[in-house]
Ligand binder design. Structure first.
Ligand SMILES: CC(C)(COP(=O)(O)OP(=O)(O)OC[C@H]1O[C@@H](n2cnc3c(N)ncnc32)[C@H](O)[C@@H]1OP(=O)(O)O)[C@@H](O)C(=O)NCCC(=O)NCCS
Length: 196
């Protein structure tokens, strides 16, 4: 637990020069997740049936994963040009800073595709060390106030069904499910909506 009064929310001013560094760190982060390591180990073991070289079987899954992640990031318009994307129009990206220099969370806002007076919450995330201390709720309230001030009437958020923490946050903050995305008959993403 830490005092939320030491927390300030400010506009992100990370210029385009940070982009490459951020992208590589993100890829490194994904590559070192236990599930990713497990999957790469399984693929690597499978490849050993076809490849003679242990090194090639080991390195190939890592290289393919890096290429896939690069393509994924390249296809994501906001992650590709984070700063320029969120400094245009009615968009915005904010970071929560604790004790002047510790970035502990972020959140972004943009108009929801085509729907009038509806904004979309994007990139809500809190650093693991600061979770369950109220930072996420604080960022959400901040964004609702910003959206209201910018003339939006509704705020929507698209949440993956596996992110139980985010679902708990939206459900306990007055949001209701207004749609979702299906894959093979299963709901993989829910749309939460609130009348501001
Ligand atoms: C979702 C996330 C932003 C929540 O941030 P946080 O600072 O830990 O949340 P808070 O401490 O403000 O908690 C607010 C509410 O969220 C819910 N919540 C948070 N963590 C939870 C968890 N692990 N399990 C269930 N509910 C949880 C609770 O309802 C909580 O209220 P309570 O503390 O009164 O019970 C954070 O877990 C995160 O960054 N997750 C990974 C990224 C992500 O899923 N982003 C959402 C994309 S839309």
């Amino acid at each position: 637990i830490f005092p939320l009064s030491n927390l300030v929310i400010e506009m992100s001013d990370q210029g385009p020069y940070f982009q490459n560094d951020t992208e590589n760190r993100l890829i490194l982060y994904v590559l070192t997740r236990p599930l990713a390591l497990l999957l790469m180990a399984v693929v690597s073991s499978g490849l050993r049936f076809f490849l003679n070289s242990f090194v090639v079987a080991l390195v190939l899954p890592v290289l393919l994963t890096v290429v896939a992640l690069k393509l994924l990031l390249w296809r994501s318009p906001d992650l590709k040009h984070l700063y320029t994307y969120y400094s245009a129009g009615q968009r915005g990206l904010w970071v929560a800073v604790y004790d002047e220099d510790d970035v502990c969370g972020c959140v972004a806002l943009e108009p929801h595709n085509g729907e009038p007076r509806t904004a979309e919450l994007k990139r809500l995330a809190v650093n693991r060390w600061y979770r369950r201390s109220g930072v996420g709720r604080h960022l959400l309230h901040f964004l609702e106030k910003r959206a209201r001030a910018q003339g939006f009437r509704f705020l929507v958020a698209h949440v993956s069904v596996v992110t139980k923490a985010a679902i708990g946050l939206f459900e306990s903050s007055g949001y209701s499910v207004s749609g979702g995305r299906q894959w093979l008959g299963y709901t993989v993403q829910q749309e939460f909506r609130k009348d501001l």
